[in-house]
Design a protein around this ligand. Sequence first.
Ligand code: URA
Ligand code: SF4
Length: 208
Amino acid sequence: DRGARLYFPDQFDGLNELRSAAEGCEGCHLHEPATQTVFGKGPANARLALIGEQPGDIEDQAGQPFIGPAGKVLDECLAEAGIDRDDIYITNTVKHFKFKLISGGKRRLHQKPNAREISACRPWLDAEMSVVKPDVVVCLGATAAQSVIGREFRITRQRGEMVTSDICTQTLSTWHPSAILRQPGGDCKRAMQAELIDDLRSAISALS
Ligand code: URA
Ligand code: SF4
């Protein structure tokens, strides 16, 4: 894996040029089986940025982040926290869907990106953040938190803590919406969702 750097535009003014360049990225092997690059979405002047893990099955087909089941949970949480999705920038740590085929090739099962893939893709995230320059970054889940904050970060212990990272002086991490979806239901699920909403509210407070 040679990394995304080779596929960078010589110069870029904004997100559109980055997005176009990322469409052709072959910086790691993940581009091969995936449908397309799923770049971040949102206004370049967004003050809040959310960073997920990688596109899922639906996102891979549609080319947009967080529009599948996890996106629905995220939308509910954003609404509860009083955040308009159109005002914020939403992206992922890794821009291609990593999966393995199951059920005789009929289904695509999500697989966690590894450290090599995360670091191969990191230049896109850095470039997005250099354009958007958000005042607050929220990492959704351990993959984003460990890439942005550090490998030692533990979401179970450090969720909701505001820390300084390489990409933003105000970076906090919370549950990934998919982790909430995976809960069997009941109190635990509701508690996690309440914590995610709480963390989004903290992020908004940190803006003012
Ligand atoms: N999970 C993510 O981390 N990102 C998406 O875009 C969708 C699901
Ligand atoms: Fe490039 Fe990232 Fe896709 Fe790998 S996952 S091919 S580095 S865009």
